[in-house]
Design a protein around this ligand. Structure first.
Ligand code: NI
Ligand code: MN
Length: 226
């Protein structure tokens, strides 16, 4: 049994018996966050891309807790240069970690990190397929809808899909409905909405449109077991 907690935006914590994982821990400066970065003590941090609202507090949290950063190569190596322990992966690659397996999926998006008046190239963005405690989770990262989600759904019996619905920077609600059809998960949890005005959405309206699986609207700070 493990626990999935929404930390707001695309940030989640997964707690197993022995490990604490964070995904995209954007906490400082996240207007929806209900915890502080100091309250988080992960063993592993998965980062989908270099945008500030996903890389977030990764480097500070990882260094303070000696957590292993798992990310696409360029982003992982960047975190390494900043003093973090890291494990670099890339799209299509899977690896067994002590807590379970991680596979990087494609995501159609950007991954540059804003540095002063320039952007730092940090490789491809990704999504994550996770095999943890006998369950399959899919965190889509920031992405547009893509037809290969059908393939991901065909090859993996997804228990929980974490899908962005905010629109503007990622899929909006209607595309996320189609993503749920492609992925065929048992459960969808919407993310990446209502953090900022430009991604304001009604998650209940989204939930009503999803016909092929259950939608659970988590409140920020709330958990569900899996
Ligand atoms: Ni992004
Ligand atoms: Mn984002």
């Amino acid at each position: 049994m493990a626990q999935l907690t929404w930390l707001g935006h695309s940030a989640f914590q997964i707690q197993t018996m022995s490990y604490t994982l964070l995904i995209d821990p954007f906490i400082s400066g996240n207007p929806s966050a209900t915890v502080t970065a100091e309250q988080l003590h992960p063993t592993h941090i998965l980062v989908s891309h270099g945008h500030g609202d996903h890389l977030g507090d990764t480097i500070a949290i990882a260094k303070k807790n000696n957590a292993l950063v798992i990310a696409p190569n360029e982003l992982a190596v960047y975190c390494g240069k900043k003093g973090c322990r890291f494990h670099a992966m890339h799209l299509g690659g899977a690896h067994e970690f002590p807590f379970g397996k991680v596979k990087l999926t494609i995501a159609h998006h950007g991954s540059g990190l804003e540095k002063g008046d320039e952007f730092l190239y940090l490789g491809n963005p990704c999504g994550f397929l996770l095999w943890i405690e006998g369950k399959v989770l899919y965190h889509a990262g920031d992405t547009a809808l893509f037809l290969d989600m059908q393939l991901i759904g065909e090859m993996n019996a997804i228990d929980i899909a974490l899908l962005p619905i905010g629109d503007n920077f990622t899929m909006g609600p209607d595309d996320a409905v189609k993503a749920a059809e492609f992925l065929k998960p048992k459960l969808v949890i919407p993310m990446h909405y209502n953090t900022f005005d430009v991604i304001k959405q009604n998650p209940n309206a989204f939930a009503l449109k999803v016909k092929n699986c259950t939608v659970e609207i988590l409140e920020v700070g709330k958990s569900r077991e899996f």
